[in-house]
Design a protein around this ligand. Structure first.
Ligand code: FAD
Length: 508
């Protein structure tokens, strides 16, 4: 796929956080010939904490899957992922164990998946981290025409970054080690230090994040428990294997995880105020937060391992993903957090990493760093914002409180199900159409497009300005002063970067 291209200038990147966004960015930057140091606060990649078997399930919709395929990971995908073709929809609180109240089925259009050049896959969080980590190591040893003899990747675990000097472009870990680079990437999540620095610069505080009152509980049912439970097994044997349960202020999704065919159970509930993390055991047991529910769900909740609980928050929006110093950037959850359990929780961070790496495959001069980081935000932000809105709407729809709107939703779903049509329709179908657009996105192509449309012209004009020296500069100065007059800009007023890149439609 021609994704390896050495940049004209090799830079040293410090990445804070060795999770999905951090590792993906590292791979893309290594492929572009740069050096990377990744600092991870947890002693073990993929997180363990008080959840030794992990509760996390990574959803890889086609836009994420194709990134792995383009990186030659087809065999790993086949060996570790469970493919998903759609989901069956049930009512949360009705029906008994043998006869849950079924509304209908929704299948991903196979043509859409082919068009999008990737399947819909699910695997454990930890398995994905291992795959990305292995590929990062491999990419660091692939030959590079620049800095041939340098070790281009170090991954340091147990290295919590406790301070960042944005001007000096250095970080200090809790153990007192100092690392210095050309660029710092904050892939350290929504609660990370880089997001905090950006918030401080904008006079925002974590108290500005708003709790929605809904928490996401997550746990894994081991395959053995499903296979040995005569009541649970038939539902998972039935295609497509994923289920969605609609309740009042509650919703549940279950989906197969990995080739082991464990089952991930994700519950949205208003019955918990714990502000937990993905590596911290939930204070309440799953059966205690289910409320009135179908016996099938209760039975499944009793079969899960340790659960985690993460609150859904409306995180405050950052105006800038780049610090005032112009050398530190946030990506993934650190830049634009999504609600836990979102379809695109993983894919959007992976796209960020690929996009950033591809951008920096074109760097030829240190002076371009800040501009490239701002271009990253400008180009990625509209897509991230629209996906965020879709994910929010989706959770709202599946947890609709009982009432007239919910009654109409269920009647319509049931009717479509009885006609043998996809059960989602109306607002939800529109949402599915949006997903169709989102699935088709290709982060590498988008970054290439940015370069072909904007970046290379700026690059060649910069080169020209160097080679032509004073004469060109004088000419350029007179031209730009005319332009300032044309647009009514004050003489001497600095022109902000956003005016220099025209916005254009993004393929979402
Ligand atoms: C164990 C685990 C399981 C998960 N399971 C799910 C799931 O089932 N469903 C879901 O939707 N999402 C899950 N998530 C969240 C999911 O990983 C993210 O939503 C998404 O992948 C994008 O993540 P990210 O890489 O941007 O940030 P994150 O995944 O949040 O990663 C941030 C990384 O930065 C590290 N870090 C933070 N602060 C520092 C510091 N100061 N110094 C060094 N390192 C630091 C963290 O330890 C972490 O590894 C899980 C996360 C973890 C850690």
């Amino acid at each position: 796929m021609g994704d390896s291209q050495n940049a004209g200038l090799a830079l040293k990147f410090i990445i804070i956080g060795a999770s999905v966004s951090g590792l993906t960015a590292a791979i893309a930057l290594l492929k572009a010939g740069h050096s990377v140091i990744i600092l991870e606060k947890d002693p073990q990649l993929g997180g363990v904490g008080s959840v030794p078997n992990g509760s996390g399930c990574a959803q890889l919709p086609p836009n994420a899957c194709k990134i792995l395929l383009d990186w030659g990971l087809e065999a790993e995908i086949q060996a570790t992922c469970a493919p998903v073709s759609g989901f069956s929809v049930y009512k949360y609180g009705a029906g008994d164990l043998s006869d849950p109240d079924y509304l209908g089925i929704n299948l991903w259009d196979p043509e859409m998946l082919i068009e999008a050049r990737g399947g819909y896959m699910q695997l454990s969080h930890r398995a994905l981290i291992r795959i990305l980590h292995d590929l990062a190591l491999k990419s660091s040893t692939a030959s590079s025409s620049i800095n041939e003899n340098e070790t281009r990747l170090s991954v340091v675990s147990g290295a919590e970054v406790v301070s960042v000097d944005c001007d000096a472009c250095s970080v200090t870990t809790r153990l007192g080690d100092i690392y210095k680079g050309d660029v710092i990437i904050g892939a350290d999540g929504a609660g990370g230090i880089v997001r905090r620095i950006l918030m401080d610069e904008e006079d925002l505080s974590p108290e500005d994040d708003i709790l929605t009152g809904i928490a996401a509980y997550s746990a894994i049912v081991p395959n053995k428990s499903v296979v040995e439970n005569a009541a649970l097994k038939p539902l998972f044997d039935a295609q497509p294997g994923c289920t969605l349960w609609l309740g009042s202020n509650r919703g549940v999704r279950t989906f197969p995880v990995g080739q082991e065919h464990d089952v991930s159970m994700l519950i949205y509930t208003t019955d918990s105020s714990q502000d937990g993390t993905w590596i911290q055991e939930a204070e309440k047991k799953l059966p205690d937060i289910l409320g009135p529910c179908n016996e099938y769900l209760r039975n499944m909740a009793q079969s899960t391992g340790i659960a985690t609980c993460v609150q859904i928050k409306e995180h405050c929006k950052l105006d800038s993903w780049v610090t005032e110093s112009g050398k530190v950037v946030a990506l993934g959850e650190a830049a634009h957090p999504l609600p836990p359990g979102s379809v695109h929780a993983y894919s959007i961070g992976m796209e960020d990493g690929v996009f950033l790496g591809k951008l920096f495959s074109h760097i030829t001069d240190h002076d371009q760093i800040t501009e490239f980081l701002h271009a990253f935000q400008e180009h990625r932000e509209p897509r991230c914002a629209s996906i965020y809105q879709m994910e929010k709407d989706y959770i709202y729809q599946i947890t609709l409180p009982d009432g007239e709107v919910q009654v109409q939703r269920d009647i319509a779903m049931r009717a479509r199900g009885e006609r043998g049509e996809n059960v989602l329709g109306g607002d939800l179908q529109e949402m599915m159409e949006d997903f169709r657009m989102v699935f088709g996105y290709d982060a590498m192509d988008d970054a290439d497009e940015w370069w072909m449309t904007w970046g290379r012209y700026r690059d060649s004009s910069a080169r020209l300005s160097q080679s032509e020296g004073n004469i060109f500069n004088m000419l350029f100065a007179s031209m730009s002063s005319n332009t300032c007059e044309d647009v009514g800009q004050e003489e001497g007023e600095e022109k902000h970067y956003v005016h220099e890149f025209d916005t254009h439609d993004h393929d979402i």
